[in-house]
Design a protein around this ligand. Structure first.
Ligand SMILES: NC(=O)c1ccc[n+]([C@@H]2O[C@H](COP(=O)([O-])OP(=O)(O)OC[C@H]3O[C@@H](n4cnc5c(N)ncnc54)[C@H](OP(=O)(O)O)[C@@H]3O)[C@@H](O)[C@H]2O)c1
Length: 314
């Protein structure tokens, strides 16, 4: 049983390690040691993004791991994402080069379009009116060129609704391998999951613990009574139960921790499982999206409401 759910196979034949380390809010000065601790604990998947402003230090840690012979490049899965201030089509290859330089890599295993919108070039910084619509067909053509070049072994998207995926699939020569979205027992993405499954798109769960450390998120995943009951019965922590639920739902998970004990705890989810009778209890949990994306909503922007951003999947 220990080997079950270690990897998920993608629509291009690549195998993504099912548990990755999240790196959002893992600051420089901390993140390097965290990457080294995680890889030594068995993680083979690191979830990065240019906007997390820590890829340089992650790159230095990876270099050290390779030089010390702890892990080989081909045994690691590195994801990065292009942020919306730079996914004007012409910027896609330029920004990937910066990420590759910072990570000190020749290729990433997965490159994602981080959000389905772009930022107006003439407005500096982040103001509510700074966003504009993403040109999905043109951006995706650049992503496909990156895939063809071998600089990304898989390409995908993040925060795309079923409708936006459908629009993308109409124009894609290379279909997206992954949609990375918020998913945990309190927001199980049932509609989007069904759509992705029907199209062969793998779902990766971000904030799989409900992002309890993020001040502006009212997170209650790790205090949910169903998780509490299951954790008690199985002798596991609530975090482990949330992550194992994710694997049994068929999604990869990218929990973030900068604490060595929790990094190990979050990876200790392979040699046990949630039995069917307890798994069924998760369907009783009232569903609620925690990351609504309010910061992307503005009357002058491409999305005037949260409903529009998620095309009703809220
Ligand atoms: N594509 C996107 O738009 C997007 C959006 C959000 C996140 N992400 C990705 O997903 C990753 C994970 O999401 P997230 O960082 O929002 O939230 P998360 O992984 O759900 O939760 C992280 C928080 O939980 C704490 N924690 C970790 N393990 C724990 C455990 N076993 N028990 C209790 N608390 C625990 C961490 O604190 P300590 O560090 O102190 O352990 C941290 O405060 C991100 O780091 C990022 O890589 C992607």
């Amino acid at each position: 049983m220990g080997e079950e759910f270690r990897f998920f196979e993608l629509n291009n034949g690549a195998r993504i390690p099912s548990v990755g380390l999240g790196t959002w809010q893992a600051p420089p000065g901390v993140v390097g040691d965290v990457i080294i601790a995680a890889v030594k604990a068995g993680y083979r998947h690191i979830d990065c993004a240019r906007v997390y402003e820590n890829e340089k230090e992650i790159g230095m840690a990876l270099k050290k791991l390779f030089e010390d012979g702890v892990v080989k490049r081909e045994d690691l899965w590195i994801t990065s994402k292009i942020w919306c201030w730079c996914n004007y089509p012409e910027d896609v290859p330029v920004v990937l080069e910066i990420t590759l330089q910072d990570l000190q890599l020749d290729y990433v295993d997965l490159y994602l379009v981080h959000w389905p919108l772009a930022k107006k070039k003439d407005i500096p910084g982040f103001t509510p009116d700074c966003f504009t619509a993403l040109d999905i067909p043109a951006t995706w053509r650049e992503m496909e060129k990156i895939y063809d070049s071998g600089k990304a072994h898989a390409i995908g998207v993040s925060n795309f609704s079923s409708k936006k995926l459908e629009d993308l699939l109409k124009v894609a020569r290379v279909p997206p391998a992954i949609n990375q979205v918020e998913s945990h027992p309190v927001w199980n993405q049932s509609k989007l999951r069904e759509f992705c499954q029907s199209k062969g798109i793998h779902l990766t769960a971000y904030s799989p613990l409900g992002s309890p450390g993020t001040i502006w998120i009212k997170s209650d995943v790790l205090s949910n009574p169903v998780l509490d009951m299951v954790a008690e019965k199985l002798g596991k922590t609530l975090g482990q139960v949330a992550l194992r639920w994710g694997l049994q739902m068929g999604q990869s998970v990218v929990p973030k921790s900068t604490n060595e004990a929790r990094i190990k705890e979050n990876f200790d989810i392979f040699d046990w499982s949630i039995p069917d009778d307890l798994f069924a209890k998760f369907s009783e949990i009232k569903q609620r999206r925690l990351i609504e994306g309010q910061f992307l909503i503005h009357e002058l922007g491409p999305y005037k409401s949260v409903e529009e951003l998620w095309d009703g999947e809220i």
